[in-house]
Design a protein around this ligand. Structure first.
Ligand code: GLU
Length: 546
């Protein structure tokens, strides 16, 4: 068969020589040991926690080694493409502080551009054409129906499914048959002519999983689809070679395709990159572990964290905790150090499945938010409120001096220990609602209305906004004593039956009247921030509530 003629017929036209591409995309000038990694999302509009997980690992390894991280958009599957998805991916990764050095919509060094696969069609075709000329790729005219019939047959016979060996009908078509089909205008794909033998296994070193044994590939996989667009497999080999990726970190769902990729790198004459296959994120469901699912688990989507108002730093800390189990201890020991200073290792990653737990993230979030300054907290809340909050929450920012006082108090700034009241921006804004007229009675009074009103009246009778906290408290004690409550805790403890309750119960009534809840930051301070008028109004309202 005249393979040059065939190649010309299948992929007509002049293409640059392969050496041209080698020169156009030269080896990167980086120090020894520097790793070039990438993130290669498909623009499907759904960017999830698994992407972030892989992104952080890629970012750490690249930058820790003095290498590069770039962003490539794998847009070969038009059916799955969603408008605005690229922008969404970039915005989400930026929010979580993933810093790319170059790539789609990032800019940076243009040497390895373009970063959209659709703009690289010429390159894939040139390599495919070369494979045809070398007899390592061929056209396949099988229709969808034929392929699905083949699959059914293989399943029935309990054979491995796919296009390989004797099942690869078009592998050995004669020149005449091929040209007749082409003349008849039959659509075709280009397949790899595999030389592998699936009964032969070889051991491969995965940077995350360690030694894995994989069979050789024997599948004649499609490399160019009928529209001339490459498959993931082919584009992966060509792009990761020419963009000079040294380490491919990707989800473990790709491990099964690794034999294909290894054969492709070999047949194309490309040195193989290193691979690290990242385990899936799991969660506990009932008593058993399962993979996070798009359908069942809203927390799989990155937009969930943005909408709920999780602090990106907290999410990052949690991701790192899951990625390298000794990160947590390191972070606790050196809270002031940046995560970038932590010695991140692929070999410390879980090989089987990281267990994601929202409660744990919430704990970390509390911890991280409590360590912010009130000013930082305000900026964080403001950003969220104006993106996702209600108008009434946006109004909290009209008087930032007042809001700062509220935040300082709720965060326990200046106290012995910081308070950990805040988990997310959404929850924090709901939590401080009572400072802004948004009174909601969350907790019930533990006294009846008559006692409640007696406490409130008693308090108002002597209340002065000018009182310091000690004077204020002695007045509360006086109210307690006048109504048959123990003014001193120790008296109450010594003989509870002698009292209606203690000063703590009286304070609780005041607290619920003012804040709507039985637990709050220091009540004197709250009243102090409120000021006299607002405090009196709040108590008067509570007095009338039935
Ligand atoms: N486009 C592939 C995906 O989104 C990329 C996999 C890879 O990183 O190679 O799953």
């Amino acid at each position: 068969m005249d393979l040059n003629l065939l190649a010309e017929r299948l992929i007509p036209g002049e293409y640059p020589s392969l050496e041209t591409f080698e020169k156009r995309y030269p080896l990167r000038d980086l120090p020894v040991g520097a790793q070039v990694t990438r993130l290669a999302p498909s623009p499907t509009g759904f960017i999830h926690l698994g992407n972030l997980f892989v992104a952080i690992a890629n970012e750490r390894i690249a930058h820790q080694s003095g290498g590069k991280l770039y962003l490539r958009i794998e847009d070969t599957d038009l059916k799955r493409k969603v408008e605005g998805a690229v922008e969404a991916v970039i915005a989400a990764l930026k929010y979580f502080d993933i810093r790319f050095d170059e790539g789609a919509e990032i800019g940076g060094d243009e040497t390895y551009a373009p970063w959209y696969q659709r703009q690289r069609a010429e390159i894939y075709r040139a390599y495919a054409k070369d494979l045809i000329r070398r007899g390592r790729a061929y056209p396949c005219f099988c229709t969808e129906e034929e392929l699905s019939a083949l699959r059914d047959e293989q399943m029935k016979q309990k054979q491995v499914t796919g296009y390989y060996g004797a099942y690869a009908k078009c592998r050995d078509l004669s020149e005449q048959e091929i040209f007749a089909a082409l003349d008849a205008g039959k659509p075709f794909v280009i397949r790899l002519r595999s030389m592998g033998d699936a009964s032969r296994k070889h051991t491969f070193r995965d940077e995350i999983k360690g030694e894995v044994t994989v069979p050789e590939n024997d599948q004649d996989v499609v490399i160019l689809k009928s529209d001339g667009i490459p498959t993931y497999h082919f584009a992966h080999a060509v792009d990761d070679h020419l963009m000079r990726t040294t380490l491919v970190i990707r989800g473990e769902e790709w491990l099964a395709s690794l034999p294909i990729h290894l054969e492709l790198f070999d047949v194309l004459g490309f040195p193989r990159p290193k691979y690290g296959h990242n385990c899936s994120l799991m969660k506990m469901d009932g008593g058993s572990k399962r993979k996070l699912s798009k359908r069942k688990d809203p927390e799989l989507s990155l937009s969930f964290y943005r909408q709920e108002g999780y602090h990106p730093y907290a999410v990052k800390v949690y991701m790192l905790t899951l990625l390298n189990s000794d990160f947590e201890e390191w972070h606790r020991k050196f809270p002031e150090k940046k995560p970038e200073e932590f010695p991140f290792r692929l070999s410390k990653m879980s090989k089987s499945g990281a267990l994601f737990d929202l409660d744990k993230l919430n704990d970390i979030s509390k911890e991280e938010l409590s360590a912010r300054s009130p000013e930082e907290m305000l900026a964080f809340l403001k950003e969220w409120a104006f993106a996702f909050g209600a108008q009434k929450e946006q109004a909290y920012f009209a008087d930032e001096a007042y809001l700062l006082q509220v935040l300082s108090l709720c965060m326990g700034v200046g106290g012995k220990k910081r308070r950990k009241d805040f988990v997310t921006a959404k929850q924090a804004l709901a939590e401080i609602g009572y400072f802004f007229g948004g009174y909601v009675q969350k907790d019930a009074y533990r006294v009846d209305n008559a006692v409640r009103d007696a406490v409130l009246d008693g308090f108002l009778a002597t209340y002065s906004a000018a009182d310091d906290s000690q004077t204020w408290f002695s007045k509360v004690k006086a109210v307690a004593a006048s109504l048959g409550f123990a003014a001193e805790m120790r008296d109450y403890k010594a003989d509870p039956s002698a009292y209606k309750g203690s000063v703590a119960d009286v304070a609780e009534v005041l607290r619920i009247a003012v804040t709507g809840r039985a637990n709050s930051p220091d009540l004197w301070s709250i009243m102090h921030i409120f000021g006299e008028e607002r405090t009196r109004a709040r108590i008067a309202e509570a007095r009338n509530r039935r």
